[in-house]
Design a protein around this ligand. Structure first.
Ligand SMILES: [Fe+2]
Ligand SMILES: [Fe+2]
Length: 294
């Protein structure tokens, strides 16, 4: 495939002057798919500690000391984890003054999720030229993560992976922007409005590839793959449906993903028996929680 730049350079062979590159959506989509499917594709890296911590938090043999050793491995990340653990969004009733207090008050699992939140924010939701879009994507992902957990609690679904699925469901958008931001100066990445549709079109596949490369549990990868089409083999996947509900609530409260125009999926509420009073209570709780995030 000719690169976007070479197509533009050769265009007209001097008889027609152009001062901007033409970016065709089909070309961008092909470029993204080729990049993601290439055997040498290098997904954004997460600190090994994030994955190690996730495993530890779910191991019945892990001690608090094991978890603290990982939490403390990088002072910069540890400081940000502690700051977030103090946020009312994570539900600490009284101030958390140390990582040890965080583990005992919020639990190993929540501390692992906070560590993941910090790691993904600092390592993955970043691409030169797309800073604003990445900020909006991070805010959307964190919001969906928190609300997905609320949805699980309101419906008695196991919420073990709810936060992680919410946090990572659109990681394919980040992966797409990172690929497109990878241009050599003096060239600049194409403007968002020119590439947003193909990025969205490729993002579920890209997210699945990224999460598989991080060796996340297969169910998390499955949910990410199907988060816009939660019916798998004729059956609605409950966690994918919970994400659909969380997406809709977040969008209604001003936490939409950048450039993501998602058709509402009214049947996700019904599939989780979220109607009447329960739905209204969930929406009110989620609104209050999202207010604490801003
Ligand atoms: Fe998405
Ligand atoms: Fe989303």
């Amino acid at each position: 495939m000719a690169s976007l730049a070479s197509r533009a350079e050769n265009y007209g062979r001097g008889t027609v002057e152009i001062d901007a590159e033409f970016v065709e959506e089909r070309d961008v989509l092909e470029r993204l798919r080729t990049a993601f499917r290439a055997p040498d594709y290098e997904p954004p890296l997460l600190p090994a500690a994030a994955l190690q911590l996730l495993e530890l938090a779910r191991s019945p043999d892990a001690s608090v000391r094991d978890v603290l050793d990982v939490l403390e491995y990088d002072p910069f990340i540890a400081g940000r984890v502690l700051r977030l653990a103090q946020s009312p969004a994570y539900g600490a009733a009284t101030p958390v003054r140390s990582l040890e207090q965080g583990v005992s008050r919020l639990g190993m699992n929540t501390m692992a999720e906070i560590f993941f939140h910090v790691s993904v924010s600092s390592r993955v939701f970043r691409a030169k030229g797309y800073e604003k879009a990445m900020d909006a994507l991070r805010n959307h992902s964190v919001a969906v993560a928190h609300v997905a957990r609320l949805v699980c609690r309101a419906t008695s679904l196991p919420d073990e992976y709810a936060f992680l699925c919410g946090l990572l469901h659109d990681v394919g958008i980040a992966a797409g922007l990172i690929v497109l931001a990878d241009v050599r100066a003096p060239k600049a990445p194409p403007p968002l409005f020119e590439i947003q549709r193909p990025v969205i079109e490729a993002h579920a596949e890209a997210g699945t590839i990224v999460c598989a490369s991080w060796k996340l549990p297969p169910d998390v990868c499955l949910v990410i793959e199907h988060h816009h089409h939660p019916t798998i083999g004729g059956v609605m996947h409950p966690m994918a449906a919970a994400l659909g509900v969380a997406e809709e609530i977040c969008r209604a409260n001003g936490f939409a993903a950048p450039a993501e125009e998602v058709a509402a999926q009214p049947n996700v509420f019904e599939s989780l028996n979220l109607g009447g009073v329960i739905r209204r209570r969930l929406e009110a709780d989620a609104k209050a929680l999202l207010g604490r995030l801003t």
